[in-house]
Every structure is written in C-alpha cells, then in structure tokens.
Design a protein around this ligand. Sequence first.
Ligand SMILES: Nc1ncnc2c1ncn2[C@@H]1O[C@H](COP(=O)(O)OP(=O)(O)OP(=O)(O)O)[C@@H](O)[C@H]1O
Ligand SMILES: [Mg+2]
Length: 513
Amino acid sequence: MAQLVSPSLPPCGTFGALLRACRHRAFLSQAQLAARAELSERTVRDLEAGRVRLPRTDTARLLAEALKLSGPEREGWFASARGSLSRERAEPAVASPSGPAQPPRDVPAQLPLNACGFVGRRYELGRLDAILAEVADQPTAGAVIAMSGTAGVGKTTLAVHWAHHVRDRFPDGQLYVNLRGFDPCGSVVASTKAVRGFLNAFGVPRARIPASLDAQAALYRSLLAGRRVLVLLDNAQDADQVRPLLPGSPGCLVVLTSRNKLTSLVAAEGAHPLAVDLLTTAEARELLTRRLGRERVLAEPRAVEEIIARCARLPLALAVVAARAATHRGFTLAVLAAELRDASGRLDALGSDDPGTDVRTAFAGSYPREEPMMGEVSFVVSDVDNGLRERLNDEINAFNVAATGHADGGLLCIAVRENGGDLRAGLYGWTWGGCGYIDLLWVRNDHRGSGLGTRLLAAAEQEIRRRGCDQVVLSTHSFQAPGFYARFGYQECGRTPAYPRGHDQIHLVKRFS
Ligand SMILES: Nc1ncnc2c1ncn2[C@@H]1O[C@H](COP(=O)(O)OP(=O)(O)OP(=O)(O)O)[C@@H](O)[C@H]1O
Ligand SMILES: [Mg+2]
C-alpha cells in the first residue's frame, strides 16, 4: 500500500497534511492555492485542518492541477485523496513498536522585529512575490535574492518586512544573521561564525559541529536538504562571505542584503538581483506622516517638502529627522528644515551611490549642525556642562531610535529613602531595545551588608522585566563588588584591563530565561 504514494511526495499521514506539505512546497498561501484552483479558501482550510477528511474527486483534481502534480506524484495524490493509505504511513511520527518516536525538531524563528510604520515599496514587494512564485514553478531550483542599494536606503527593513509576510511558506524555519559587512567598527561576522549559529539554531550540539568551514557548511547543507527554510543574510559584505551560507538544495529561499551588488552571485549562483532605490516623494511623505502624525505634516506642507528634498528621499535620513521632530515636539518642521538647509553640504553626500559612504556615521556626526561647517568654531573645554550632556543624549537617542527602529528608551531610577527623606541607597539606569542597563547602584556605608543592595537589585530587575526586557547589562570594577552580581547570576562578558590603573573594569550580563 505504501507504494501508492510516490516517494517524491512528502510523506504525510492524512490527506490534509499532504495538502499542506504540497502547498508549502509550492510556496503558496492557502488563499493563493484556493485562487489557483478556483476553490474557496475555506475548502483548502477545512481539508488541511482535517475538518473535511477527504476531498471530493473534482476538488482533488483541481488541487492537483493547481499544484502542478504529474506522473507518480499525481497517482499518489489521488490514492491519498481516496483514503487508500497504509496505517504506518498515516501516522509516521508516533512511537510504534517498530521504532522509537522521532525527537522533536528545532524550528528556528529568528526573524527580527518587523518594524511598524513600514511604507511604500510596492514595486519591490511585488517583485519579491513574483520571484517566489517563479521559484515555486521550478521546484528543482533553490533561489537566492540579492538586494542591493546605498547605505540607509531601506534594504534590511524591506527584507525583514517581506520575510514576515511569507514566513508561513517556510514551515521548517526562518534563519537570520546580521553579517555586519559594513560595520563602522569593522566587526564583520566571519562565515564560520554565522554557519555555527545556524547549526545551533537547528539544535546541533556544539560537540558535533566540525572545525573547518567546509565541513560546517556541508553539515549545514545536509541539514537543510528537504526542508523549507527561509534564510535572511543581512548586510553582507561580499559573495565570499555568503557562499558558505547558501543551502544546496531546492526548497529553501535565501534573501540577502548588501550595499554591494554582488554580481558574482548573480553570475555564478543565478541570484535574482533586486536594486533598492530611494523612496518616491509620496512614500517619503508617508514615512513622515506615520512618524509625526497627519496633523503635523499637513500643517507645514512646504517644510515637509524641503525636509524630503534635503534628505534626498533616503529613509534613514528621513527617519533621523522624524525622530528628532518626535523627541522635540516644540520644534516646528520649518525649524528642522532650516537646520537641514545649514547642513546641506554634508547631506548631499547621503544621496550618492557610493556604497562606501557610511550614512549612519555621516548622518549621526553631521546632523544637526548649528555652526557653519568650514567657518569659525570654538572648542570649549570645561569640567561641567550638564546642558551639553543632555543635548548629546537627545541627539544620540534620536539617532539610535531611527537607526534601529526600537522605540525610545525609558529611564530607571530607584531611590531608597529613610522616613526623614535621607537617601540610604539608589539605582540609576535605563531600558531600551529589550535590554535593561544599570548605570549606578549605591548603598550608604552604614547599610552595606544589610540586604538593601539585594532588594534594590531585585526591584530593578523586576521593573526591567515588567518593561518587556530579557536581559540586563552593567559594568563594575574589580575593586567594587563583582561577587555581589555573580550571586545574582550575572556573568562576565568582557573586561577593560587597567581601568582605572591597577584595577579592571568588568562587564556583566544577565539573561532572563
Ligand atoms: N520602507 C520603509 N518604511 C519605513 N521606514 C523605513 C523604510 N525603509 C527604511 N526605513 C527606515 O530607515 C532606516 C534605515 O533602513 P535600513 O536599516 O533598512 O537601511 P539599509 O539599506 O539596510 O542600510 P545599511 O546599508 O546601513 O544596512 C530604518 O531603521 C527605518 O527607520
Ligand atoms: Mg541593512
């Protein structure tokens, strides 16, 4: 009886499971398959969910055609549709006397957060959908999509947004790695580290991971063979960095982003190139509207047009300006436009096609600039300038928020006071991007050892968790109390030797499980 199902059909127990597996293999959503087969979406849904156990003959035929099944696959399909499957085949994953139960598989779901407020890109999204459909029609070929474009143009944002949109077509997992190909600090991720990360994501124990890159890549390809996995390789430097991360078999789709065109991947691996360009003026206006609110944008149409033009329709630049406008609600958009006008010499560079331009650094460093670039400037060195600190804080904060898409952070201050109001202990820090950061924790001398520090740290951790964070980081010194944090599960993740002279600064992290 098992012969009735072709070995090339996914080995599934029920007709519903077979339908789902074939649909996934064809990269179709339920709605798309229903439309192709000219059936209702509900019919597909009910069959997959087992609410309708077997299809009518007509339905089975329409679905087989929509899924382009032929030869022995088609025969197997109809056998399954008639319910003529052997019992062993029907329940393969359940423990049976003939063999142990299959261990549960790790299904990685590594896509980063899909930032809200995504705008535009209709053409690019349509092109990505079309490539996916094309790949589904040639089930023997794997596919690579290579997105390229200048710094800050929105490659990562687009790739992550689309990946979320199609992730249910990749039931065996979604892998993501930021390869940091253009990191200003030069910390490019080596291919071997990225492959190891992927192997870990599939639950391969460290001890089983081979030492050489070739062997790791081979293991990775074997693991992905026969699976439907979406692999997002973000911010790739060059083709050599990504080659070991390309699965060798059909069924997987790779989307990679890079400031470089990676033409050798297009030539040698048949990657589909997708150039990501600046936003249109309408899309740029929509981006500002989403972030600043319709009212504010409609109130100052001329300033909005100037901001768009001066940002050269570059999403990162627009996002930085929008973040500045959002954090300084007292500023009119005309004031922001004027700031940009002053800084235009630098900003013109942002619209260039030079992939080497690090727009994040250029923009962070140049904007807003209140003195003329080449004119008189004064460097005032002083001991105390709280206004300056606040201002720098605001600027960097606005930039960080725009660059990462994480919402503004929040301060975390806990004061422990005596009834009379005297301070006994205190803690200062902040939370941002899912992390807590403890900057200062202090307990008055006469209360050290009283358990106050413990309670203070516990209160801080509780609040950090409440804000949705999953880790806390802090730095302490070797002459302070590193042992105190160790007792709470903080682990050393690095140190700055001889800071201050004769001591070390110790960096600690604690991850909440
Ligand atoms: N389609 C979009 N809708 C809304 N905001 C966007 C869009 N594209 C980009 N942005 C904003 O621009 C910022 C920069 O985009 P992104 O990081 O995707 O650029 P990139 O091309 O990947 O840059 P890099 O080359 O530096 O990696 C994002 O943090 C986001 O705030
Ligand atoms: Mg990017």
